[in-house]
Design a protein around this ligand. Sequence first.
Ligand code: ATP
Length: 618
Amino acid sequence: MEFAELAEFFEKLEKESSRLKMMSLLAELLRKASTKEVNIVVYLCQGKLAPEYKQLEFGLGEKFVVEAIARVSGYPKQKVEEKYKKLGDLGLVAQEFVKDKKQLSLFREKLSVEKVYENFLKIAKASGIRSQELKIKLLAELLNSAEPLEARYIVRIPLEELRLGIGDPTIMDALALIYLEEFKKIEKEKIASMEEHQIRMLLRERIEAKYNVHPDLGELAQMLKKKGLEGLKEIKIEIGVPIRPTLAERLPSAEEIIKKLGKCAVEAKYDGFRLQCHKSKDKVFIFSRRQENVTHMFPEIVEAIKKQIKADEAIFEGEALAVNEATGEFFPFQITIQRKRKYEIEKLSKELPLKLFVFDVMYLNGKNLMEKPFRERRKILEGIIKKGKVIELTEQIITSDAKKLEDYFNECVEKGLEGIIAKDLDAKYIAGARKFAWIKLKRSYKGELTDTLDLVIVGYFTGRGARAKFGLGALLAACYNPDKDEFETIAKIGSGMTEEKMVELEKMLSKIKVDKKPARVFAKIKPDFWVEPKYVVEVMADEITKSPTHSCASRDIGYGLALRFPRMVKLRTDRSAEEATTVHEIIELFEQQHKIKTEPTEKTKEAATNGVSKNEDK
Ligand code: ATP
């Protein structure tokens, strides 16, 4: 495929504000791509070179891009910079300068998608003293052969500013659309009484199930192109490819948890970071909850896996946290988090050694264990751990008694843990989803909304009065709807920010401003500026209320939901927009809040009679 054709699609996608139309445009594009290049097309549509876990980053600053544009166009750098100040987008700057090139290019070739990708890869992999010059040269080579529209995207992609708003769910939707007819033929009987969109959703679920164990959509699209739906069977768990994690639901009390699960396993909820460990003989990979490869950060865990895991091949999960060796007590999260760093790793691993509390196993010696019930997986896990200093099993009790669960919860909280996670003994490992296989109960759930939410900034309001000078007075924040791959607004946040923070936020947000509502945002309210849904903020609020202004949940429950007295806690740079709190979680929290208000639990009744506020024991 010529890159010019891809650029035209990008332009159409950029203008499109309906997600459904985006999905069919994307399907059209993926149909056109050949087997050899379809994976590349998928990555480029997302402005990436590879799935997240491969961590291929361009490492190309704006300065290099300005230099490359200047070289190719024959204009001085200063002119390029002036234009950038005016347009605020180096993609558009490149487009204009390529159009008005002073010098004729001698060696122009028509750019193919593969050629562009090849140079991008070289840019990402360049390292060492001469790498800056090499990166500029590689980019200039592309710009030299580019038509103006191609130049726009050749610059935006390595700057990570493509902003087409295509998340993984939209790509899966497009794939389901492409293979729908084949699916109908294969599943003729099963789908006989289903409607068209239900059939598409069923196929979409099958695709997603594969994506959850092997989150590389480029490879998935390529396998489908090669073998049709048969190809899905070949997508398997693989050592070195992170499985998407199972997530926990919330319930407000021990009684509710027992009502939902009956006899269940109850485990201590450690407050560190989740690590997914892969072992193949002497090779170890460790992935974070966001599927980043963090192996190099935890040398003592790598060594412990080699020594303490009795298996040739295994994929298992645990929570790592720093333990005070002198007292045996757990350090709080703020201390443990210091271990997530790029430098002085060895030194810190000695000062703040981690323990890994393992809680699940998904793969062992060539066998996928995800379909097995949790009780069996736990037995298998127990069988592969040798006693040692670093790796231990999570603490666990099994009970069907709410009182015992509550006592265990209190015991955990007293030890400085976050609370408990109750686990369905019969559940399979549900990759990539928040289902009732796991239910968390944290010390902060005492009825009102004391747990924070992670929301995505989708726009902002310029300040009035004293705030006008910061250019930002409030943020428009949204939660995520994974079914629709859309962001639904829930709060206008004007407090919790210092003056410096407001200035800093304005600087960050003005860089990702877009001139119309992004296609993936569903909103009734209109901010002064829309921004690409990218940054996640942790937000505290008093409660969730019904709202005529916000769109959150309105398509699910008939009315919108909003936060009362929202205030910003901090930016969460460790979360992507798609990892924000979901609409379904908000609905649940809203319902739980309602339940607690109308039917006080034993605890709140007791507190009320003692005249104690529900928050005082925090
Ligand atoms: P939170 O801020 O509550 O951790 P989260 O979305 O990151 O939110 P949850 O789904 O709420 O994660 O809770 C599950 C997390 O709890 C897991 O991702 C894991 O990191 C941690 N955890 C601690 N102890 C356990 C345990 N025994 N079993 C499973 N997960 C545990």
